[in-house]
Each structure stands twice: as structure tokens, then as C-alpha cells.
Ligand binder design. Sequence first.
Ligand code: ZN
Length: 298
Amino acid sequence: MVEICEVGPRDGLQNEKVILSVDERVEMITKLINSGIQFIEAVSFINPKIIPQMAFAERVMEQVPRRKGVRYAGLVLSSGGMERALASGLDEINVALAASNTFNFKNARRSTEDSLAEMTPIIYKAKGKKHNVSGVIGTAFGCPFEGSISFSYIRFIINTFLENGVDAITLADTTGMANPKQVFQIVEQFKEHFPRVKLGLHFHNTRGLGIANVYAGYQAGVRRFDASIGGIGGCPFAPLSVGNVCTEDIVHMFEQMGETTGIDLDQLIQIAKWTEGKVEHPLDGYVMKAGPVERTIS
Ligand code: ZN
């Protein structure tokens, strides 16, 4: 069983020019949950002046359907964001920083270590309220400004997160710099140092390697991947970044490989087409255009 964390309503929509209304965001989330997605990053508690696409996170969370087994995550980058997140009935809180100092400065206007220090009381607070917290490490596979990032530095960040009580780690390739061999090697190193820690992978398809990187992570033993419907998204702070790895494309890949995801592919394709209409430009997904393999054999 592979778990897909749908990040389209957050990582996807935050980089789209068209701003969806609260009702449209709730409709999108509801459709995704109806297709069988059980884990969804629904909102971000960032200043709406910086990212207006993510405004009214509280209202989105008030309106989303509550179903057994469905977990909602939200992204938090500051203590103010955590106050809002804790009041919003989330199941999981994702705290994020970038392993690259330069990137973190551009993104959060402080160094990586300052972000890490600021997150310590934030994580304690969330853990005190019995929330699950994931530590998301951006630019873990390389930075467009600094180049390669050493795994020993990633380890330092992970160790600090774990000391603070984080429940799981996500390694994010924020600007699509990863390659499959590197992904395999980094996951192997992760397993060696953190054999009992849950790991998720978050890839962007900036250079067309997103799905290859998912496969490499899978081969190395990872069973949790972030993806966005239709491949929407990017990063508002990353130059020329493109969307996440596409949800329906990786669900299709896993289905073809005989791996279960619990998600209905036909519904996903319909949601990708619906999303394409909402964001008003063609999306990058392949399966939404070509259809699934078995439906094309006559
Ligand atoms: Zn991302």
C-alpha cells in the first residue's frame, strides 16, 4: 500500500494565478476525498498578503467534510501561523524550512538555523495539544542558489526536529533538482540513520524527473509520497519552479505495478480536468490526456 498525500489545494493552488474562492477550494478537497484520498494538505497558514491564494484557511477548514480515516494537514512557517493552525481542527501540522540557507532567507527572511530555533517552541506547542507534526525539509536534494546540500546537514536538521518531538519527516525537492540515483542513495542513508522514523518524499517535476524520483524512492522502500492533482503548483519563492509530481500519473504508475493506493483513478482524472478548468490553463498531467493503459487496449 502506497499513501499519497494530496498537496494540490496547498502547494498547487498557491502558485496559480487564478485565486480560487473558499467554496471552490472546499469543492476541490471534497472531490479529492470522494476519490479515496485520505491524506490531504488542505491549507497553509501564511500571511495572505504574501500568498493571497491561501487566504481564509480557517474558513476552508470549517467547511471541509469530516470523514473517518481522512486526515487534514496544514503548512506552518511561523509562530503566528501555528496559533491559527491549532485553532483550525487540523489532524497534522507540517512545519517547513529549507536546508539551504540562501533559499531559507529568500523564503522566510531568516537563516535555516534561526528557522529551526523558532520552530522548537512551535513544535512543543503543537505536541502539547496532541497534534501530529511532520518536519518538512525543503531543498533537501539541492538548491538553485547553493547547489548540493550535504546529507550531514540534513541529518542535523532531522535530529533537531526529532528532539523536539516531530513524528515524521518529509524530504522535499522544492525546485526539482533531484535525480533517481541520488533519491535512492539519500533514502538509504536516511534508513541507516533513522530506521524507525516515517519518511515521505515531495518532488517537483521541474526537469521531468518527478515520477522517476517517486519510483526510485519506492524502490528504496518509501511508501508515502506528496503529489498534486493535474501536477498543478510550484513554489512562489523558487525561480522557474513547476508543479508537483502529478497525483493521477503516480496513482496510475502504482496501479500498473500492482501496488494499491486506495484511490479511484477515473475520478482523479475527472478532478484533474475540473481543476484545469478552474485554473484556466492546460495542466501537465499525462494520464488525464492519454487515459489509463488498460482503457486504451481494445
Ligand atoms: Zn513543493
